[in-house]
Write a protein of this length. Structure first.
Length: 318
């Protein structure tokens, strides 16, 4: 068994185990009933908002490419984003959407170093803006959560994400180096990431556009979840989703399962549960969100098969 096959097998096992844990303590029939009772009009609204989210992701890619003095048309950037959903949510491999975009950018002429910087910058910008959204929702969460221990756990999650973001921002801004720490592989990767992020801190029209697009993406995800919650008849207020789901999605970003399955379900059940949402309601919302992503990913896969390489070309000249 090759290394990639072994990694995929491990991810499959972890995904199955996490899903078993998530479904083990809930009423499966209740979850099924909620999913089967889906209101298709509100589901269509969630699909439309997801389409807007993909457009926002395309605008983010386009803005970051401009920062690194490369050009990509909005339509081409949209194709990258849509097909990226296939590799992140459907493809039976360990290759994610970010890796697809990085490899594809390099294949059509973008220098490998620049392609890596673009993808790293987008990832770090997504983290930084997610922390901003979590800070905005934290006062609401404090008013919703009853148990002090749950508030401390949410605060700890926010603190860890904040420290990581601030460390990257400081390294990007001041370029601090230490020969002893640079021997540590993690610090070396952190320095590399901060260098990629540095240009996003320089005031410019593309930088502002990138920050806005990244922030809008997180707000759109909350909107998608609100539409799905309404479609399922869950009665979860938008304020609750805004306050608690960003933390769940942050944890689900950890690449330990296939398409975030299992991790997302457990975090939704936990974080929404702190506000009194039933496990069945939280789990059905997470499953509906995951199925929506698979549907869009399948469209991305079909697009990847049908279109030729010329549709993905960018202006790679500096």
């Amino acid at each position: 068994m090759g290394r990639d096959a072994a990694k995929l097998a491990i991810k499959c096992v972890i995904t199955a185990l996490l899903l078993w844990v998530a479904f083990r303590t809930v009423d499966f029939r209740a979850v099924s009933a909620l999913l089967l009772g889906l209101n298709w009009w509100w589901a269509a609204a969630a699909l439309l908002l997801t389409g807007v989210l993909i457009v926002s992701d395309a605008m983010l890619l386009r803005a970051v490419m401009r920062i690194f003095e490369r050009r990509v048309r909005l339509g081409t950037a949209f194709l990258y984003s849509l097909v990226g959903w296939f590799f992140s949510n459907v493809a039976p491999s360990t290759v994610g959407g970010d890796i697809f975009r990085g490899v594809q950018l390099s294949r059509v002429g973008t220098p490998v170093g620049t392609a890596v910087k673009v993808i790293l910058s987008i990832r770090l910008l997504s983290l930084a803006t997610l922390v901003v959204v979590m800070f905005a929702g934290f006062p609401i969460a404090v008013g919703l959560i009853e148990e002090r221990g749950d508030i401390l756990l949410l605060a700890g999650t926010l603190a860890v994400a904040s420290v990581a973001t601030v460390a990257i921002l400081l390294l990007a801004r001041f370029g601090w180096r230490n020969s002893a720490l640079e021997r540590w592989r993690f610090f070396e990767k952190l320095m590399s990431a901060s260098k990629s992020f540095r240009d996003l801190l320089v005031p410019s029209s593309p930088a502002v556009g990138a920050w806005v697009a990244a922030l809008v993406q997180h707000l759109l995800r909350v909107g998608v979840l609100a539409a799905l919650a309404t479609a399922l008849g869950l009665g979860i207020p938008v304020s609750t989703l805004f306050a608690l789901t960003p933390a769940a999605l942050l944890v689900a970003m950890v690449p330990m399962s296939i398409g975030g399955w299992g991790v997302r379900e457990l975090t939704f059940v936990y974080f929404l549960g702190t506000a009194g949402v039933s496990a069945e309601a939280a789990l059905s919302l997470s499953v509906a969100f995951g199925l929506l992503r698979i549907f869009l990913g399948a469209l991305g896969g079909a697009t990847w098969v049908l279109l030729n390489e010329d549709h993905f070309r960018v202006d790679a000249t500096a």
